[in-house]
Each structure stands twice: as structure tokens, then as C-alpha cells.
Design a protein around this ligand. Sequence first.
Ligand code: UDP
Length: 341
Amino acid sequence: MRVLVSGGAGYIGSHTVLALIEAGHSVVVVDDFSNSKPTVVARLESLSGQHIPVHAFDLADIDKTTQLFSIEEIDAVIHFAGFKAVGESVSKPLEYYQNNLGSTFSLLHAMRRHEVKKLVFSSSATVYGDNAPVPYPEDYEHLAAASPYGRTKVMIEHVLSDVAHATPGQRIALLRYFNPVGAHPSGEIGEDPQGIPNNLMPFVAQVAIGRREKLEVFGGDYPTADGTCERDYIHVQDLAAGHVAALEHLDTMSEPVRAFNLGTGTGTSVMELFRAFEKAVGRELPYEVVGRRPGDLPAYWADPSRARDELGWTATRTIEDMCADTWRWQSANPQGFPDGS
Ligand code: UDP
């Protein structure tokens, strides 16, 4: 298939571009580089040995988006592009709703106009909200989220479901990611947050490389085995493989829209992840346990059985792999991707 990857220069998008090419698909990227560097593309081309067409514009521009589908032959879309910082979404809700919903509307219009029926969407475990039973099951009905960012994901899931049901032949997979971490084993691409990292793994990696003084562990008094929060960390390479599996499954899907958890089904605590990272680096790292971060849930992980049974996909990489690959990427690229084009 020839796949349009929106946000293909971003963290998960870039790893998925490589996985698609390895699986024999061809790829067209659209990315406005608002939260990624153009140098990612050169690395993707050298790792894949292929030229990757890139269109640099904001998908909210519906005319450009529709025009893109006239210029490029497109069989399917994987839609990653979107704002993703939970904290920022609280202070800039309008920007989050406008960007995340607007880009999706543009894509849906262009897909309808050009009769592209296949879509894989980047959703998130945040759609389970605060009250879903753990492990989270996809058929939990009361989707909710605690932040504007999360609510854009809930809203888009509803939009996509309605559109899928109203459009003959449309097939949409909603992929609910748990906590993506790790990097490509080459060390050439990885997560490159701009500014202070919000997420645990990139923060720990930046402590290890000396860009941050110490990890602040947000809360040591949760009702968990070691008192720190537990999450379902999933290697970005496993996540990328999950997108290929979902894409290739769309044709045989019995319903127009289906949600799939992409997680391992196992919880790992903040301190367990931190200790595993110390092992990967080969030395102790500085940390301090501080107060809880508002809004954090104590512990949750995926029920990954639907993706296993229906997509034939399971996560195979361990926490040790996640730490080793993150460290390889971070130590080879202390400041992330270089500027330039
Ligand atoms: N966390 C932490 N220090 C940090 C960043 C995160 O202790 O600097 C904790 C956070 O409280 C949560 C876990 O690490 O329990 C994972 O947080 P992250 O933001 O990576 O993902 P989330 O669980 O919010 O999706």
C-alpha cells in the first residue's frame, strides 16, 4: 500500500515510517515540523535506503490537504499529527481542540473526496479516564479524559466512529497507546522533546546525559508495591509494528471502526524503570522523591488481548530493551536531532 503518514517526522511516526517500508509499503509524509526536525527525514532515508516524499504544511489547511491527495496516490492514512503535551493543553485548550480536531476534519474531507477508505488513528490510553477497571478493556464505554489533550482524543474517536458508520467501505482502527518509550536499535532516531521533557523516560535519559540535574519522582506514597506510579511502558518498535498490523488488518475487519490497545499488559513502577535505566547506563543516577503530580493515576496497564487475537500482534521487547535502546539514541545524540534540513 501507499500510505500517507501524518506527523511522520515525529517520534512514533518516524519509527512507523521505517516499519512500513520494511513491511514492503511505500510512504508519503506530511508534517509541518512544528514539533519535529527536518533532519529526521534524512536519517529515515539513509536507514531505509529509500527516498521519502515529504510535504511540509499544516493539515488544518483543508485546500492543501485535499490537493495533496490529488498529487500523491494514497491508499491509506495513518494519522499521528497532533499536539500532545497534557500540561500545555490545560493552558492552551483552544489551540489543542482546533489543531487536533481541525487536522482530522481536513484529512477526513480529503479522504472522502478521493475515496480513501482506510485510516489508522493515534489514540491514547488517556481515553479511559479515571474510573475504568485495570487492565483497561477496549469495550469500556464511558470514555472520558482529564485534560483537553485527552478530550481531543475522545472527541476524535467519536467523530471517526460516526464517519466510519456513515461511509460505505470505510475502515478505521483506533490505536490506544499506553506509554511509548525506547528508540530504533540503530540509535539514529528516537524521542527528541523540545524544552523540558514532560514524560519520564526522556527525562531520565537527559539526566543520564547531563542535561538535567536529577529525576524528580512524582510521589512515593501511592498504593503500589514501591509507592511510585505504575504504567504500561511499550517499546516504540513494538508500537510501530502494531500500526503495520492494524493497517494490514483493515480489509478483514468485520466492523467499520475498531479500537485496539497497544500495550504490554504489564505495569512497571517509576522506580523500577529508573533502576533499569541505571543498569543500561552502568552507573547510579541522581533522583529525589517529591510530591505527587496533579492528575496522575496510581497504576494502570492495558488488556492487550484484542490486538493479540485480532491483529496477531503482541509486544515482545522488555524494559531492558527499552532502556538500552533509549540510552543508545540519547548517548549518540546528546542534544537530539541537529538543526538544518
Ligand atoms: N514521572 C516522574 N517524574 C517525571 C516525569 C514523570 O516521576 O519527571 C512519573 C509520573 O508521575 C508518572 C510516570 O512517571 O507516574 C509516567 O509519567 P509520563 O508523564 O511519562 O506518562 P503518563 O503516565 O503521564 O502518561
